[in-house]
Every structure is written in C-alpha cells, then in structure tokens.
Ligand binder design. Sequence first.
Ligand SMILES: Nc1ncnc2c1ncn2[C@@H]1O[C@H](COP(=O)(O)OP(=O)(O)OP(=O)(O)O)[C@@H](O)[C@H]1O
Ligand SMILES: [Mg+2]
Length: 413
Amino acid sequence: MSNPAAIIDVGTGYTKMGLSTNTSPQYIIPTMLGERDKTLTSSSITKKQGLDELDFLIGDEAFENQKAYPPTRFMDHAIVADWDKMEKFYEQCYYRYLRINPEEHPVILTEPPLNTPENREYLAEVMFETFNVPGMYIAVQAVLAMCSTWISKSQTNKTLTGTVIDSGDGVTHIIPVSDGSVIPSAIKHIPIAGGDLTKFILDNLRERGEQIPQDEMLTIARTIKEQNCYVTSDIVKEYNLYDQKPDEFFKTFEGINRVTKKPFSVGVGYERFLAPEVFFNPNILSADYTVPVPMLVDQAIQQSPIDCRRPLYGNICLSGGSTMFKHFDKRMQKEIQKLVNERLDSAEKRTGAKPTPIDVKVIGTKYQRFAVFFGGSMIASSETFPTLCKTKAQYDEYGPAICRTSATFSSLV
Ligand SMILES: Nc1ncnc2c1ncn2[C@@H]1O[C@H](COP(=O)(O)OP(=O)(O)OP(=O)(O)O)[C@@H](O)[C@H]1O
Ligand SMILES: [Mg+2]
C-alpha cells in the first residue's frame, strides 16, 4: 500500500476527490448522476448492444445535460439512499476523474455523523468486491475537519476534542467530538445551508426584476453568493450604509449569456449581507426553523458531558463551503460567547459565587472549504494510517462486518 491514498468525500452538493499527496481536492464535481431518459430515443448503438444501463453521466456533465439525462437521487441528507447508483458514481470517480487503478491505492471515504453500521458494510462490499481496493478507511467528516485545524496558528494544541460546525450545501451540522469520537446524543442540525442561501438570493433578484438568463439562474445566484456575500455585525447599520453610500456597497455581476452569447448584468444589493444572516436569524428564510446556529452550538455543548464542555467551547472548528463568508467566524464567536456569558452571569446571581470565565474560540483555516479533504490528506500521510486501514486480506477473512466500526486516530495526538 505504498501508493498515495485516494480520498473521496461525497457531500450532498459536491464531491471532493483527489490523491492524498494534495492538500486540496483535484476534482470538485456536483454530486449528481443522470441516467438517459428512456422515453427519448437512445442511440441505436447503445440500444443494439443493450448498453442502456451504461448510458449515464455524473458531475458537471450530468448537471449540464439534465434534459436528456434526468438526475436521479442517490443521496438523502448526506446518507446513501441507492447503492447501485452510488457504485456507478464511484466507478466514474475512479476511471473518469482520478484515472487511477483502484486496486493500487488505498482509499479514504468519509461519512456524515450518525451513519449506520449497515451503510459502512455496504461501502466495504462495494470497495473491496467491486473495486478490489487494497485498503480502506472510513473517516467521520467532522473528525477529519477538526484534524485540519491543527495547521492553524491560532490552534494552540493538537486536540481531537472540540465542536465542528460543518455547513455545506444541504445541511448545517453541529458536532461535538470528544477524543476523536462523536458525541451522538448532542449532535444538532438544521436543514438550512448553501443551497438555501443560493435560492434566497435568486428569489430576491427575481423579485426586484433583475434580468437573469433562464438556463443559468442557479449558477449565477451561487456565483453572486460566493463572490459578494459577507456576514455583518449589525443589519440595521448595514442597511444605512447601503443607503448612504450606494456606489460603494451595491455591486454589479457581469456575465455572458451561454445561449445568446450576449453580455448581461445583474445588480446585487442587500442580499449581500441578508443571505448569510440566515444562519443567525433563520426565520428570515423559514418559519419552521427559528433557532440561530450560535444557539444550536451552545445547546449541543450543554448537552455534552459536563467535563468536556469547556474544551468544546474552546475549540469550535469551521468546515464546509458555507462557513466561508467573510466575518462568519467572528460573529459566530461573539454570539456564542454572549450566550455563555449570560449563563455565567445568571449563575453568579443565583449562587453569589463568581464562576471561572469560559473562553469561546472559533477556528477557521485557509483549508476550511475542504477541511474534510485536507484532514484526510493529513491522516493518509501519518505513520498510523496503515494501522487505521482495513485491508483486503482482513475483509476476505472476516467479511464486511470488520467495517461496522471505524478506528479513531486519537493515537496521533
Ligand atoms: N467562498 C464561498 N462563500 C460562500 N459559500 C461558498 C463559498 N464556496 C463555496 N460555497 C458554498 O458551499 C456549498 C458547498 O459546500 P460543501 O462542498 O462543503 O458542501 P457538501 O459537502 O456538498 O454538502 P453537505 O456538507 O451539506 O453534505 C455550496 O452551497 C457553495 O455555494
Ligand atoms: Mg460536506
């Protein structure tokens, strides 16, 4: 197993993959698989040879050809829902993107918190039997993300105790981790993440009557979000700033219509700060979810064992594309600290004794967007990696059950 490991991190929105010798993924593709619409005439060759089954696309190609290849769902809230399709997806990841022989590279796969042991067994079956990989390690996304913060200057100790805020495209998770193990009963999630912010921006642009090319609406809204949005500390102040200095704060997005090849421009306004505000005031977007993310973080930590609460507040790690907004970290830290201080103050009033202050620290890194991948590449290059991997020989001897549990790598600390 001397070849570098392949890392494949399948998220609800995007799949990040590459070899462990890289610090960021070589390919980021939409987690999407489209199968040829059978009601449309398939090409005579595929029909004749009975190759319809093989007529599918993944990633950007699937995204761009949705009419002829309607997307099929194989992931549901980050958990695999259709294993046949998942297998097809992995096959293309290996042969079309990574272009490596799976038999020659161990593989690191990632799982969301609360993945089932059965799912881990299926994954082992697919990897060892279909792809014949020499070794496999299934890592918990949150734990890899925490590991990735070890490179941060503000990270004073290499610890695997902390709280991960992972906000991607489909869901925002808050995951307390103690010594490399997730504390399952304390996990919180809110089904609001990047995809919802993109739709929110699109709705705002449409309401204002901005002219956006029909075919590319979501892509344009997503690009506007990624390039222009930021977190503010005070919405009212920000509204005033926009009204006082419109030239400085209102932006214009320029693009070329893919179909007509004509240039177009879209005005970008208050949504620059209103979209990420959803994390702090979710009721802007949904009447069903009203608890702000900082409060969910506080609740998750309060539901964790008392002896690890202090380190859980002191090491809050950011992971995923939707934590990338400018000042997201500062505002998160400020609001969680406020909640903690309020609790300490009321304890002081009740008991009369002054409690020891609790320091809240939110840590991001330059690899935050791909924290899970980066954590994977760190693990793969560590000396303990071979001991974490389940090998093909073990699989042949004991069967898929060897993958029901996954070793943590606390031994690295
Ligand atoms: N610089 C950025 N600023 C804000 N959002 C960003 C930025 N870069 C990427 N995103 C958003 O991050 C999201 C993708 O993040 P990520 O790849 O972590 O999600 P995922 O792993 O596919 O989803 P999930 O974790 O929900 O399963 C998209 O909504 C994308 O628009
Ligand atoms: Mg993710």
